[in-house]
Design a protein around this ligand. Structure first.
Ligand code: HEM
Length: 408
């Protein structure tokens, strides 16, 4: 069903649920909000009733573990923060909270700004022409996570990003293929063999990055620094066994953050630009807000937290005004009806990082350019880990009148 659904484009509407999850959409209509189905030998319970969603995600009695991760997805995420449970999860979550807490995020603002400047430098060559913004945002977010979490750059981590991307494509290609454990171990498919190579390649590259970090710090644990990789390496050397993590844990955590740290924000930015390119009245409102707060200056942490206009989107209609008095008001204080970053203890650890990054990038784009959607754009949302535009988002960026001198 999904393969067929993804094979053709759709009208330019927000009503993407029947396309993205055609089977769930059909079954909800037939069986109601909650139902069970069989995925090979395993029963799957689908719950869409908001009170139950809240109970499951808040997980107060710890009765709802995360689904077991296996196969290709396990090769991508390992046993890192997204997948692991119990004491190990608590240990890893503490490290990630520390690396991405409010004060650390402030220190990341300059790296986010200069990465966006690099992107806008490329755009100068493309002015008045078509720009495929999904690819641009992929490069931007890869640069940002490399610099802020790993003290490196996109180019240095490029092979890791490439291998993770190939693995993601294998995952989506096999998403609904039921695997029989013993048989798939005996008869390896082309994807099995390739994914094993990719997993090993990613591990080797990350081990090199870890070794470089250790070397640059002259083996002095106190010198490991405060970026995420520094904290992980430090935890690997912790004298207290209770706090210590293994090298494999460091590798899995790096994979998790390389992938979670950029895939999602790329899609967020690309869809936002698509919406603002269509709804140019909102684009103008957002630009006015940006200019009122920052003028021609680069964005700063205080101003970023005050940007409100375009944050939020409804499933069916683009009506950002519904969020004008905050998400709680728009959702009638029911956090389970709008949960882009999840809910409860397992909610997204990168929420503020992602929103800061997206606000900085959009602020800097809006300061310089007015953009419209290219006639070449084909609306074809698909799922490769996240919901993304199958053929990219082609848009045309024109200098805002009078902006050239200010930003050369
Ligand atoms: C627009 C951007 C993003 C969206 C929409 C998003 C969404 C989510 C959601 C829905 C969850 C919960 C998954 C679940 O309940 O199973 C989650 C968890 C997570 N996210 Fe994000 N995310 C974004 C950006 C990021 C970034 C930038 C990072 C890293 C810097 C990140 C790292 C993680 C991690 C590690 C978890 C697992 C947390 C845990 O289980 O303790 N995310 N994210």
């Amino acid at each position: 069903m999904r393969k067929e659904s993804f094979s053709k484009p759709m009208n330019l509407t927000h009503h993407i649920f029947p396309r993205i999850q055609p089977h769930i959409h059909t079954w909800i209509n037939g069986y109601g909000k909650n139902f069970m189905y069989w995925y090979g030998p395993r029963a799957q319970l689908v719950v869409t009733e908001t009170e139950l969603v809240k109970e499951i995600m808040n997980n107060r009695d710890k009765s709802y573990p995360k689904a077991d991760t296996e196969g290709f997805l396990k090769k991508l995420l390992g046993d890192g923060l997204v997948t692991t449970e119990g004491e190990k999860w608590a240990k890893l979550r503490k490290l990630a909270n520390h690396a991405f807490h409010a004060e650390s995020l402030k220190n990341m603002t300059p790296a986010m700004i200069s990465s966006a400047e690099m992107m806008l430098q490329r755009w100068k060559e493309q002015e008045g022409k078509e720009i495929e913004v999904f690819e641009e945002f992929r490069l931007l977010t890869s640069e940002v996570i490399s610099r802020t979490a790993f003290g490196s750059s996109y180019l240095e981590g490029q092979d890791i990003f490439d291998m993770l991307r190939k693995l993601s494509i294998i995952i989506s290609r096999n998403a609904f293929k039921v695997r029989i454990p013993f048989l798939s171990w005996l008869l390896k498919s082309g994807d099995d063999i390739e994914s094993e190579k990719l997993e090993q390649g990613i591990r080797d590259s990350i081990i090199r990055i870890i070794a470089k970090k250790e070397k640059s710090m002259n083996g002095e644990v106190r010198n490991f620094g405060v970026d995420f990789l520094g904290l992980l390496v430090k935890a690997n050397h912790d004298a207290d066994e209770g706090n210590r993590i293994t090298v494999q844990d460091v590798v899995d955590e790096c994979k998790t953050f390389y992938i979670a740290g950029h895939e999602t924000t790329t899609s967020l930015l690309a869809w936002t630009v698509l919406l603002l390119a269509i709804h140019t009245d909102w684009q103008e409102k957002a630009r006015q807000e940006v200019l009122d707060l920052f003028g021609k200056e680069p964005p700063n942490s205080d101003g970023i937290s005050r940007l409100k206009t375009i944050w939020g989107e409804d499933a069916q209609l683009f009506k950002p005004e519904r969020f004008s008095e905050g998400v709680a008001k728009a959702t009638n204080n029911n956090p389970a009806v709008f949960l882009p970053f999840g809910l409860g203890p397992r909610s997204c650890v990168g929420l503020n990082f992602a929103t800061n990054e997206a606000k900085i990038a959009l602020t800097m784009i809006l300061q310089r350019y007015a953009f419209t959607l290219s006639p070449a754009y084909i609306h074809s949302p698909i799922v490769i880990l996240t919901i993304r535009p199958k053929h990219g988002v082609q848009s045309r960026a024109d200098q805002k009148q009078g902006q050239r001198d200010n930003f050369d």
